[in-house]
Every structure is written in C-alpha cells, then in structure tokens.
Design a binder for this molecule. Structure first.
Ligand code: AMP
Length: 567
C-alpha cells in the first residue's frame, strides 16, 4: 500500500471528530489492507511502530527534528525554529517548507507503507557511536523523498504525536467492525484478546484469519505482559462490608507493581504500564529463579524498597531503580527490595483468570517459597468485622504503607480499573497523581530551566487534561540527595514534549506524571478545571504511571467536598 493512501486516511480522521465515523474510516482501511501489511497499518494508524510493551523508543527530540527538517528542506535551522514558534507543530512546519521546496527539486519517489515502517523502526535500533548523526541522516533522507503531507505525518509519528484523535477504544471497535460482527460480543472478544495480548496488530490479524472463536481462544503467552487488574476507591470500610460481607483485606504497599513471568530459567518483569524492567532488577530475577517452585507461571506483586533492616523506604527512593540504565549493581546494593505477592494468573499451563481470589491465593502459596522480609505473600486478613479492618488499616499506615486493598472473595481477575472486586482505601488528604501539561521559563536562579509547572487532572468524559494548579515547590535548584529532582533534570525530561510556546507559557504534551502534595483545594476561575491546589509540592516522579493513571477532576471535586465537610 502506498503511504499516500494512509495519509488520506489520517486527513479524514483529522476532519471527522465523531467516534463512529472514525471507527468506520479505520475499519474500511483495515478491510482493504493485505494480511502482510495489516499489522503495520494497525500500528501506524495509532502513530506507533512497535506494540507499546516492546519498550522501544525512537528517541528523537524536537531539536534533532528541527535539524532534520532543515537538512531535508534545505533551509537554515533558524528558519525552521521561527516557523515552529509561529505554527507550534513541526508536522505543519515540514509540510509548509517541503511545499516551498517542491517546485525547485527532483521528482519524488513513491513511498510505500512497508518502507516508511521499516525506516521508522530502524530509528529505535540505531545505537553506539554516532547514533545521533545516523538518526538525523535517516530522518532527513526519508523526508526528502516525502511529499508535503507525507512529511507532515512522518514527522508527527516520529515525535509520538500524531494528533488524529484515535484512542485505543476506536481501534478495538474498528477491528470488530472490519472482521467480525458490529455487536457487543465481538467487541468484548477483541477487548479480551487485547487485554491478554496487548498487541493490536496481532489481534487484528487473528480477528481476520480466525474470527471471534480464534480471539476467545487466545491464552496468556509467557513473556508477553497482560493488562493488569486495578481497583476503585472505597469510600469507607463500613460501606464495603455492608455491600459484600466478609472480604479479604490486604496491605496496599507503596511501591512498584511487578508482573513476573517465568518460563524455566527465564524471567521477565513488567510494570503496570507493561514496561519491561527485567534488566533493572537482577536481584528480583535471582530471587524468582531461586524461590518460585513452578516451571511456568505469571505472578503479580508489589516491589518495595527497604533499608538494611528491611524497613520500607518511600516510593521516591525505589523509583530511582525503575528507569535506571547504568550502575544497576550499585543500585541493587544501595536500595534492596522486598516483593509482596498478591496474585497469580498462570500456574504451569493452567490459566487462572476465572478462579476466585482465595483460590488464586492458594495457587500463589503453592507457587513460591517465602523468604521472610524479602519474598513474601502480601499481608492478608479475611473478615467482616469493621473493627478488625480498622486495626489492620492502622497497622498498614504505621508500617508506612498506603492503606488497604479490600478485595471481594468471589472476584475473578478482570482487567482494568472500574471492574468491581478490588477497592482501595487510603487516607483522604492523599497525594494526587497529576500530569505536567505546561510550564513557564524560570528567571533569576532558575534561568534557562523551566521554573514552574502547570498541573493537569483528567476529564474522563472528554479524555482532555484540565489545569488545576501551578507548582514550583519541591523541585530543587541543586541536588543534595539522590532522590532530589532538579529543575534542570525536569526540564530535560519535558523538553522533548513541548508542543508550543509563546512569551509567557510553554504547552507540554501530557506524558510525565508526578505525585503532588498540597495544603488545600480551592475553587478557582483561573484554571479550566475550576479548582486550584493551594501550595502544591512535588513529591516524586511517577515513572511507573502513565497518563491513564492521572487523578480525575471527579476525584478533585470529591476531595474538595470532603475537605468542606471536615472544616
Ligand atoms: P493505585 O495506583 O492507587 O490505583 O493502586 C493500584 C496499585 O496498588 C496496583 O497497581 C499495585 O501496584 C498497588 N498495590 C499495592 N498493594 C497491593 C495489593 N495488595 N493488591 C493489589 N495491588 C496492590
């Protein structure tokens, strides 16, 4: 298929904002795509070239893209930068500059999807000496063959910002519409498959070749992560007991969720966002090899950082290990870990999703050899007594954990958050997880760095992020402890995500999630959420969380009302 055909689809998607229309456009595209190209098309339509859990990054920052555009269009870097300031989107910039060049230069080669796809994947594989130059050459060469509109979408894809409004739910519905019936059973089957096998291209191909029965038969594949089960917020212990009677309460540990896959001697560790962090945790790999008693399994637990006496450390300290690419052995020494297992979904070849909580716990007990303080089952009590639960809740908080998970005994393992079955209980004046959606450049001591950060909560109805505060406290000018984040470091993380900037404000693509403390929530006409956090303070970078985990405007409203009540 010609890349030009895909470009026409992108344009159609940009023009049509209705979900139904978008689904139809993508379903039509999938229907006319050959088996060979289907996986590529399904990824490209989402603006990616690897399933997300592969963890490959194309690693192209805005500044490098500006250079590549300058090179391919024959303009000065300054000109590209000026256009970017004016237009705020490098896709539109490259389109304009390629258009200008069109008259003067050679005939274009016809780009086809497979060639574009292969070149984009190549960007992730380049490493070693001269990486930056090689990437720059590859991009500018690809762009020099592209027509203006093609260049626009290539640039946006490379920057991870396609902007055609295709959420994962639309792709799911489009797969059903293209290859199955357009009904709930089909959508559910695609959904199930994607949860167990979060590779949209592969699932589309199975839907096409094996239909609904093929999708239903998909089983957990060891080594490939599945979507995790999450919990809703419980309003009180009393309410849960009233609704469910006897429940299983577990400590809600303050750490990193780990989904561990084992096949013989091979171990994989994934985070809740399905990122592969096996290399960062050789100590956990060893513990698993030595103490998991079954040959094949998929387990889940919470990894907590501990000190030399096995006392838990705050998440900020453990978080240094999650994205670490160097000095890993040193980190293993400095920040030892403990894992608290709370679930199992595969035991040898038996898939356990449909077993209830207590049955799964029995399998878990059989699967591991516990090592006190290091490799243990999550603390659990089973009761319908409010007093006992309150005591257990206090015990968890005293042990510096987050609170409790109240789990319905009959609950099966179901993917996602609003599924019922698991309820989390945390103190009300809790920290919030928010996205950084904007910033301003600092002055004085903070000159050259971003000096304050605009926080965004999520509006679940529209999927948009709403401003709810401005943060400058808690981020450090100088590093005095390993866990400190400096303005310089945060600026470097955010720079590649700049969408546009004017004299007063930088707009940032929501991607970076941080935990924030605050004194109070106030109503405020200055922010589009209608609320402002008073004295927000940076607690930690949540590299383990994605924008789907950001707290919602509903949560902020709820906390605001609770605060009013308690005044
Ligand atoms: P939250 O991030 O507040 O939505 O809470 C969900 C997270 O709590 C999960 O992804 C786990 O990482 C963590 N967690 C800690 N203890 C448990 C537990 N006993 N059961 C399930 N999840 C837990």
């Amino acid at each position: 298929m010609k890349y030009q055909e895909l470009v026409e689809v992108y344009q159609d998607l940009e023009k049509n904002s209705s979900k139904i229309k978008k689904t139809e456009i993508i379903a039509n595209l999938m229907k006319k795509t050959s088996d060979d190209e289907l996986q590529k098309v399904v990824l490209l339509i989402q603006g990616i070239v690897f399933p997300k859990f592969y963890g490959y990054e194309l690693g192209i920052a805005i500044q490098m893209m500006i250079k590549a555009i300058a090179k391919s269009t024959g303009h000065e870097i300054k000109r590209v930068e000026d256009e970017f300031k004016k237009l705020g989107d490098l896709g539109v910039v490259v389109e304009k500059l390629t258009e200008e060049k069109k008259q003067s230069v050679l005939v274009k080669k016809e780009l086809d999807i497979s060639a574009v796809f292969k070149n984009l994947q190549e960007l992730a594989y380049i490493e070693g000496v001269g990486t930056q130059d090689k990437k720059l050459n590859l991009i500018s060469e690809l762009l020099s063959f592209a027509k203006p509109k093609e260049a626009k979408y290539i640039v946006r894809t490379i920057l991870g910002d396609l902007r055609v409004g295709v959420a994962e739910g639309i792709i799911r519905d489009a797969i059903a519409k293209a290859f199955l019936e357009d009904d709930k059973e089909s959508k559910d089957a695609v959904d199930y498959a994607l949860n167990i096998y979060p590779d949209f291209g592969e699932v589309a191909l199975i839907a096409k070749s094996k239909g609904i029965e093929g999708l239903k038969k998909i089983k957990i594949k060891i080594g490939q992560p599945i979507q995790v089960m999450l919990g809703e917020k419980a309003e009180s212990i009393e309410e849960i007991i009233k609704n469910f009677g006897k429940i299983a309460a577990e400590f809600k540990y303050d750490g990193m969720r780990a989904q561990i896959h084992k096949d013989g001697d091979k171990i994989w560790i994934y985070t809740r966002r399905l990122e592969n962090v096996t290399k960062q945790f050789p100590d956990l790999v060893k513990l698993c090899k030595d103490n998991i008693k079954v040959k094949r399994c998929v387990l889940e637990g919470e990894v907590v950082g501990v000190d030399k006496n096995y006392q838990p450390l705050p998440f900020q300290i453990l978080s240094q290990r999650i994205q670490r690419k160097y000095d890993i052995e040193k980190m293993v020494e400095e920040i030892p870990i403990q894992i608290n297992f709370f679930d199992i979904v595969l035991y040898e070849d038996e898939q356990l999703l449909d077993k209830n909580l207590l049955e799964r716990r029995k399998y878990l007990e059989k699967a591991i050899k516990q090592i006190p303080n290091r490799f243990v089952l999550a603390k659990q009590i089973i009761t319908d007594k409010v007093n006992e639960l309150k005591k257990f809740y206090k015990e968890s908080l005293n042990a510096k954990q987050e609170g409790l998970f109240l789990k319905v005994i009959e609950s099966k393992y179901v993917f996602g958050r609003k599924v019922g079955g698991w309820y989390k209980l945390k103190p009300t004046m809790e920290t919030l997880d928010l996205a950084i959606i904007g910033a301003t450049w600092g002055t004085g001591k903070r000159a050259g760095w971003m000096g304050s950060f605009i926080l965004g909560c999520k509006d679940e109805k529209t999927g948009k992020f709403l401003e709810c505060g401005m943060l400058g406290t808690g981020v450090k000018e100088k590093k005095t402890a390993e866990t400190d984040i400096t303005f310089k470091e945060l600026t470097e993380i955010l720079k590649p995500l700049i969408i546009s900037e004017d004299a007063s404000q930088i707009k940032i693509k929501p991607k970076v999630v941080i935990s924030v403390d605050y004194q109070e929530i106030q109503k405020s006409p200055n922010y589009d959420s209608g609320f402002a956090l008073r004295f927000p303070r940076f607690i930690s970078l949540r590299e383990d969380k994605g924008i789907d985990d950001v707290d919602t405007i509903e949560r902020i409203k709820y906390l605001y009302n609770m605060q009013k009540k308690s005044k």
